[in-house]
Ligand binder design. Structure first.
Ligand code: COA
Length: 162
């Protein structure tokens, strides 16, 4: 079975992330969405909330598992017997950082592969931070996130967006 791991902070999951998960299912038999603790990013939602939102948004998709992880991505990937890591490449600006991560991960674990998928062009401008900013200013979120995620973002209005 070809297993792919899609890692990220998912603070929160957006339509752009869901688009990548759907595309990954055309390539892999099973996709594990790995929600990172990412303490240095000081996420708005704690790890359990982020995992919960990813589960809610992907519950209709077969062959998707959602797990929290901390520590090195290469260890998580090896422990799950995965074939590769999936990353979305939205624009040229993503390239340098993604290339660096892919090469560091390959140095850390021989045979580690990263597969890059291109999201639908309607999501190439999205980031979780920009959506948190829109939410904090009372903007409409339906074009960016699942309604359940939007409701949670609105529940956090007044929370500082870092
Ligand atoms: N659609 C919409 N938004 C997207 C997206 C897509 N397809 N792909 C990425 N983004 C957004 C993310 O939401 C994030 O937004 P934010 O910075 O406003 O929060 C931003 O683009 C950057 O995303 P990304 O580069 O994927 O960072 P991340 O924090 O989501 O994930 C990890 C990074 C968790 C994969 C990485 O830090 C990691 O592997 N950590 C584990 C520790 C480790 O092994 N470190 C060594 C790695 S070399």
């Amino acid at each position: 079975m070809k297993i792919g791991v899609y890692p990220g902070t998912f603070d929160p999951i957006t339509h752009g992330h869901t688009d990548i998960i759907r595309r990954s299912l055309r390539v892999f038999d099973k996709v594990i969405v790995a929600v990172a603790l990412s303490p240095t990013k000081r996420p708005m939602f704690d790890l359990a909330e982020r995992v919960d939102m990813v589960r809610l948004v992907t519950k209709e998709l077969a062959h998707v598992d959602v797990e929290a992880f901390q520590g090195l991505l290469v260890d998580f990937v090896r422990d799950r017997g995965a074939r590769a890591v999936i990353r979305g490449l939205r624009a040229i600006s993503d390239f340098e950082y993604e290339f660096q991560m892919a090469l560091v991960n390959r140095k850390l674990a021989e045979g580690f592969e990263t597969v890059f998928l291109t999201p639908s062009e309607e999501y190439t401008y999205l980031t979780s931070s920009i959506i948190k900013e829109v939410a904090s200013l009372g903007g409409r979120l339906d074009a960016f996130v699942h309604p359940l995620v939007g409701a949670r973002l609105f529940g956090r209005r007044g929370t500082k967006v870092s």
